[in-house]
Write a protein that binds this ligand. Structure first.
Ligand code: UD1
Ligand code: CA
Length: 497
């Protein structure tokens, strides 16, 4: 019920914004600044904070995806700690994004000043932090529309928090915002304010540049606070607007691993809800982790404990899980993958995998093929309708159509130095417990006898028999194991010559 009214409120808001956009189009943002120079000490990590991931994407990539929805003419990321790694990562996302280096941590005002240097001197700028991955494009668009509608010199994105501790508080005079006060600089009565500063702002660039010249570091942290721009503009009778987010999880920032996990779980819920609405059955959303980069068609069913990672695609009607991990896999329609771990593999239409199967990179299962329990496959293609049902290792092999690989068959692909290839034709029957010692070819329609070690090619239609002929030594137990239960049992049967 609460959710419904929430959605309704959102709809109203969207309508209002749509109406406020004259000509239907949101005006373009001139500049986006992302502050990401902080140390991130509380992560206790060799990796810079903004490069930690949730839902398969770095924190900074989440923020850049949201800000890019405002189509900024230019984007600048302020880097500091781990600058080489962060700069390289950002270049990989979009080489047009600039980075500016903040050598000493002089505060958010100082960092913004560095980012503005050499950039446009008029127009509109969005400023936000690089560690708030839950911020949505939709909220930013609404915030920007609100800023334009109010014709404000500055706008602050705010939120009401039941536990505002640690955040800058929004001080209002009447209904208008008059200042932002940091927790450590706040009076007891200011500390009781629940409306907080999210750290996301939109400014008129000329006004911001001007105000930043006047910002001092006269505060408890001896830093230039970007937040001081608000009271400076208000004192100059400039319009400062505030826009409150509906969903306060959007503004959550990450400082330590527990907050990383908390934000990851909110993102998981968001992704799973969107998938459910698009027609995917997720039986246990709390234990199902889908990366943003994955694509899942409608009528797919995902059982508990599964992770759909990277660029995995799953076709309609497939069943995944329980406890299945798919990393960069392409699964076609109607496939079934149970209790399995699959990496960079293709699973064809109607193919069945698992339970307990390991598909390693380069596995291609054609349609209606099968890889069963305790089977490991690597760099191999299994043809249409072929089966590797039990306890096998298949490496560097090409298997044709409708062939059956008997239980416990090993493709012996490694001679200790080099990997070799095995080719198995169509309609082949490999006997249980065969060793196919590569390089070797088994022709179409051929058989191998159970327990064979096959070191020579088997021609089409032949039976490859690679084991010694069985000999029965009659009466052996009675002679050599006299007095045992076996001997007793054998004696009862007679016929022990
Ligand atoms: C800031 C706000 C606070 C707000 C909170 C929201 C100020 C003074 N305070 O506080 O009102 O409630 O964000 O999360 O702005 N950064 C730099 N260079 C610096 C300092 C910071 O790049 O010299 C970056 C950080 O990496 C971070 C962002 O700016 O991404 C915010 O800095 P942080 O230290 O987290 O500010 P808060 O104290 O949390
Ligand atoms: Ca912070």
């Amino acid at each position: 019920m609460e959710e419904r009214s929430h959605q309704f409120k959102r709809k109203q808001e969207q309508n209002r914004i749509r109406l406020s956009k004259k000509g239907g189009e949101l005006s373009q943002l001139d500049l986006a600044i992302i502050l990401a120079a902080g140390e991130g000490t509380r992560m206790k990590s060799a990796r810079p904070k903004v490069l930690h991931q949730i839902a398969g994407r770095s924190l900074i990539a989440h923020v850049l995806a949201a800000t890019s929805s405002l189509r900024p003419r230019e984007t600048v990321v302020v880097v500091g700690a781990g600058r080489e790694q962060v700069t390289e990562h950002i270049a990989g996302i979009d080489p047009k994004i600039k980075t500016e280096f903040q050598e000493v941590r002089g505060g958010t005002g100082h960092a913004t000043r560095i980012a503005l240097h050499g950039g446009p001197s008029t127009g509109t700028v969005l400023v936000c932090a690089g560690d708030t991955p839950l911020l949505t494009a939709q909220t930013l668009q609404e915030f920007f529309a609100h800023h334009c509608e109010k014709k404000a010199a500055a706008s602050v994105l705010t939120a009401d928090l039941s536990q505002p501790f640690g955040y800058g508080r929004i001080v209002r005079s009447g209904s208008e915002i008059s200042a932002i006060v940091e927790e450590r600089d706040a009076t007891p009565s200011q500390k009781s304010i629940t409306e907080i500063n999210s750290g996301v702002y939109i400014f008129d660039i000329a006004h911001l540049v001007d105000a930043l010249k006047k910002v001092t570091s006269d505060n408890s942290q001896k830093e230039e606070y970007l937040t001081d721009v608000v009271s400076l503009l208000v004192s100059e009778k400039k319009k400062v607007a505030a826009y409150k987010v509906d969903d306060e999880t959007e503004i959550l920032g990450i400082n330590d691993r527990s907050q990383l996990a908390e934000c990851a779980s909110y993102m998981r819920d968001r992704i799973n809800r969107a998938l459910q609405i698009s027609g995917v059955s997720i039986l246990d959303p709390d234990s199902t982790w889908v990366d943003l980069t994955a694509e899942i068609d409608s009528d797919v069913t995902i059982h508990p404990g599964s992770a759909i990672v990277g660029n995995t695609k799953i076709g309609t009607g497939s069943t995944i899980g329980p406890r299945t991990t798919l990393i960069d896999c392409a699964v076609e329609a109607g496939a079934e993958i149970i209790e399995s771990y699959c990496v960079a593999s293709e699973v064809g239409k109607g193919a069945k995998v698992g339970p307990f199967t390991h598909l390693r990179a380069g596995t291609k299962l054609a349609s209606d093929s099968r890889a069963g329990s305790f089977v490991e496959i690597k760099n191999s293609s299994i043809g249409e309708g072929s089966k590797v049902p039990h306890l096998s290792y298949v490496g560097d092999a090409t298997i044709g159509r409708e062939s059956n690989i008997g239980a416990a068959t090993i493709f012996v692909n490694y001679d200790g130095v080099t990997k070799h290839e095995t080719i198995v034709g169509d309609h082949v029957r490999i006997g249980s417990d065969s060793m196919l010692v590569a390089p070797v070819t088994i022709g179409d329609g051929a058989y191998t006898a159970a327990g064979s070690v096959i070191t020579e090619n088997v021609p089409a239609g032949a039976l490859g028999l690679g084991r010694s002929k069985q000999v029965n030594i009659l009466g052996w137990v009675l002679r050599k194991r006299r007095g045992t239960k076996s001997a007793e049992a054998a004696e009862k049967k007679g016929n022990n010559e």
